[in-house]
Design a binder for this molecule. Structure first.
Ligand code: AMP
Length: 132
């Protein structure tokens, strides 16, 4: 079981931002900016482009709903989307609230936010997600 499968199953704690039967969204533990969120399919697939066409479609729609929720609570120009998957072998989309293109540079130093702030950000995204 991948670390992200364990997170989606609630076996490892995470700052949950959104969830349904098929997908799960949670804050990146080493955020590039406040509100940096990961979206995963519950089905364990390493490479995102190995998901079926139908799964990819639903995955992207779910990620769009999460991105709208992020944008409504984190001041930003747009929410950027990126896929790397070089570190964790479980397909995931990064959603990153951007002020400018430099916010999408994965070589940037990562933020260290207090647990209460991470929880507060996740709660606000979740509330906005559930209101849609
Ligand atoms: P990559 O596979 O290159 O897209 O990077 C994996 C991302 O997952 C990194 O941004 C990590 O900070 C993030 N990450 C790894 N473990 C956890 C975790 N337990 N909770 C939240 N984010 C994580």
């Amino acid at each position: 079981m991948s670390i992200f499968s364990k997170i989606a199953a609630g076996e490892i704690p995470s700052y949950c931002c959104a969830s349904n039967d098929e997908f799960y969204a949670f804050l990146d533990i080493n955020p590039m900016v406040k509100g940096h969120t990961l979206v995963i399919p519950r089905r364990e697939v390493d490479y995102i482009f190995d998901l079926t066409d139908e799964e990819l479609g639903r995955f992207q729609v779910f990620a769009a709903h999460v991105a709208r929720a992020i944008k409504s609570v984190i001041p930003c120009v747009k929410v950027g989307e990126a896929v790397l998957g070089l570190e964790v072998p479980h397909a995931h989309i990064h959603l990153i609230p951007m002020q400018n293109e430099r916010d999408m540079l994965f070589s940037n130093p990562k933020l260290q936010l207090p647990a209460e702030e991470m929880q507060n950000i996740a709660n606000r995204i979740k509330e906005a997600f559930e209101k849609q």
